[in-house]
Design a protein around this ligand. Structure first.
Ligand code: 48F
Length: 259
């Protein structure tokens, strides 16, 4: 077989356009492909929902690749270890209820499982705004990250979704834009993004789950973004809360979609 560069180019364009246009109307649009967003995508796709993840960076996985301070191992507790084992990821017992896993194996396996379950992941796309109808978020406004980084004046495209998951980590970019542009109160005590506090792993891991909930009509927060939104602590390189938060947000949204 002779290789034709134009056929290669046409195959990529044609396949991408089909894939992308199929995702313009979603059950769930997830912003950020860190551990909580990937876990949410996996569970929602397994439940049969149409889900896509939009990730600003070239790499998928957010803060998971880097373990703790670039030592590429992560720590999880009992419940997190059970999830990892269930996903087929090797887990080492570090004693006293702590477990470790290779952060590269965790990230790549979670990503692969989410894709194989039917979730679409779009990297290199930045969510810069939302669509709002009658005080409810109804979709995302997206652009190429390269456009954002270069500061080009290029209009974005839009994706409609029944629900949005904000799993952008420390930055809570979706709710920031919602608060700024709608002027409406968020579903926090102050009505504002309450902001992340310093490191306290034990409390932070528990509150991550409590804070995984709807933060504005149509927008659920998961992972570190949940604690940043509702004013709790950061936890550092312990990842059980991120995985559980991804599962929790998938359950909550599944109840809404099917209930
Ligand atoms: O930060 P990140 O890994 O989020 P997470 O799932 O996990 C947090 C942990 O990694 C760690 C921790 C301990 O467990 O605290 O930090 O809460 O991943 C967030 C992803 O969102 C992307 C960002 O590039 C990262 O990969 N992201 C952020 N803002 C946007 C975005 C945006 N506006 N559009 C698209 N992607």
């Amino acid at each position: 077989m002779s290789l034709d560069e134009i056929k290669i180019s046409r195959a990529i364009l044609s396949r991408f356009m089909t894939k992308f246009s199929d995702c313009l109307e979603l059950d769930v649009a997830i912003v950020g492909a860190g551990p909580s967003g990937l876990m949410a995508a996996l569970r929602l796709a397994q439940k049969g929902h149409k889900v896509a993840v939009f990730e600003r960076k070239l790499s998928i996985g957010g803060g998971m690749w880097g373990g703790g301070m670039m030592f590429n191992e992560i720590v999880v507790q009992e419940q997190g270890a059970a999830i990892l084992k269930d996903l087929g990821i090797s887990v080492e017992d570090a004693g006293d209820g702590y477990y470790t896993a290779d952060s590269v194996e965790c990230t790549s396996t979670l990503t692969s499982l989410a894709c194989k379950a039917g979730a679409r992941i779009f990297n290199l796309m930045t969510v810069e705004d939302v669509m709002v109808r009658e005080n409810r978020v109804t979709g995302l406004v997206i652009n190429w990250s390269a456009v954002d980084i270069a500061g080009f004046h290029v209009d974005p495209l839009a994706v409609r979704a029944e629900y949005v998951v904000e799993s952008t980590g420390h930055d809570t970019e979706v709710l920031r834009v919602v608060r700024k542009k709608t002027g409406e109160r968020l579903l926090t005590d102050t009505g504002e993004i309450m902001g992340e506090r310093s490191m306290w792993a034990e409390v932070a891991e528990n509150t991550t789950l409590e804070n995984t909930k709807e933060a504005f009509p149509g927008v659920f927060v998961a992972g570190m973004a949940a604690n940043a939104t509702f004013g709790s602590f950061r936890m550092g390189p312990i990842f059980g809360g991120m995985l559980l938060s991804g599962e929790r947000v998938a359950e909550l949204i599944d109840e809404r979609l099917t209930g």
